[in-house]
Design a protein around this ligand. Structure first.
Ligand SMILES: Cc1ncc(COP(=O)(O)O)c(C=O)c1O
Length: 359
């Protein structure tokens, strides 16, 4: 063994060495419909105004009170109830890491329905916490008896319910969510990354239950590159989790770009409305295709079962359209593709590429 390999094998965690990191698909030159980004950019006058604004930011200083201004603006945007507080993460991904660290009590488990967002499991495993994934029903509803049994057996410190869920794009049944919240002994995180595209949200639950947190992100809203996630919950809960936050985790540029976006929330609301109506049109077009079964969506993606996901994925890519083949993520996702909703021309191209890949 060479000297560096020997050094790594003795000093880097064994479990880490045998794990895979989060994989990002190369997308250069392709129509990128694989990661639920908002496909729209700002109109040019707003791009210029943002450029000027960012140019005036004091890059020589560490982030300071502007972070508090952003927290207040996000709380107002989300209509956060009284008695709650809001903390910022460098994307929700960082908040998930901090939540895992916060709940790392001896024997702690993290529980979530599967198929679900991969970072809950990855983050738990990285921190050495046990992850319990509870399979949904075949039509991707919560299996309530199985969820309640798993909660009773494992007494999870953290339960994640992505609402809408990724990659299935559906909202869970409300009565099932409420039963899980009532049964959970620890914290329940409603992950509302896709809230701009959904008909319902969890703010009422945040007001009603002290152990419920709502996590949102500006990524799907339209700022995936900016990396701003936020976590809302009772002040007592947020106070504890916030102790884990690296002191300057939100760059001054990210902070200012997010404030600018909130000042132009009407533009982002307009974009979200186009995306929702494109999603509904895509549903109709996909349903009409032979050999394609789309599942209902309340997000900016559609999960669709095809005859042969690998063939369709490769066929679409060969025609310049990148989607996500999620078949291998979970047995319930056999032959499923996750299609992000793009601009109207991108969606037409995607439908065309999918149709061609089937024949
Ligand atoms: C359910 C869910 N939560 C959180 C995230 C992460 O979002 P962020 O970009 O804020 O890290 C994603 C990203 O795809 C997601 O699907």
């Amino acid at each position: 063994m060479n000297m560096l390999a020997d050094r790594l094998s003795r000093h880097i965690r064994q479990d880490l060495q045998s794990m895979h990191g989060y994989a990002v698909q190369p997308s250069a030159g392709l129509v990128k419909l694989d990661t639920m980004e908002n496909p729209f950019r700002l109109p040019e006058p707003l791009q210029r105004a943002l450029g000027e604004r960012l140019g005036a930011v004091a890059l020589n200083r560490y982030p300071a009170e502007r972070g508090d201004v952003l927290r207040a603006a996000l709380a107002a945007h989300a209509q956060m109830p009284a008695g709650c507080d809001l903390m910022l993460g460098n994307g929700s991904d960082e908040l998930i890491t901090m939540l895992t660290l916060a709940c790392d009590v001896p024997g702690a488990t993290v529980l979530a329905p599967l198929p679900g967002f991969v970072m809950y499991e990855l983050s738990a495993k990285l921190q050495g916490l046990k992850f319990i994934g509870v399979p949904t029903t075949p039509d991707f509803e919560l299996d309530l008896p199985a969820m309640l049994a798993a909660v009773r057996e494992h007494q999870p410190s953290l339960v994640y319910l992505a609402y809408p869920n990724n990659p299935t794009a559906n909202l869970w049944c409300d009565a099932a969510i409420d039963a899980i919240i009532d049964a959970a002994p620890g914290l329940v995180v409603m992950d509302e990354a896709y809230q701009p595209f959904a008909a319902r949200d969890s703010m009422q639950r945040l007001a009603r239950h002290p152990h419920v947190l709502v996590m949102r992100t500006m990524s799907k809203f339209g700022l995936a590159g900016v990396r701003i996630g936020y976590l809302m919950g009772r002040t007592e809960v947020i106070r504890e989790v916030d102790k884990l936050r690296p002191p300057f985790n939100i760059s001054v540029l990210n902070c200012e770009a997010a404030l600018f976006a909130l000042e132009h929330a009407d533009e982002y609301a307009r974009q979200a409305a186009v995306i929702r109506s494109e999603r509904d049109a895509l549903q109709v077009a996909l349903k009409a295709m032979n050999g394609v079964t789309p599942f209902p969506s309340q997000a900016n993606m559609i999960l669709a079962r095809v005859v042969d996901a690998k063939r369709s994925f490769e066929g679409m890519k060969a025609q310049g359209v990148l989607v996500k083949n999620v078949s291998a993520l979970h047995p319930l996702l056999a032959n499923c593709l996750r299609l992000t909703v793009g601009t109207p021309p991108e969606n037409q191209q995607m439908l065309h590429a999918l149709q061609k890949s089937l024949s």
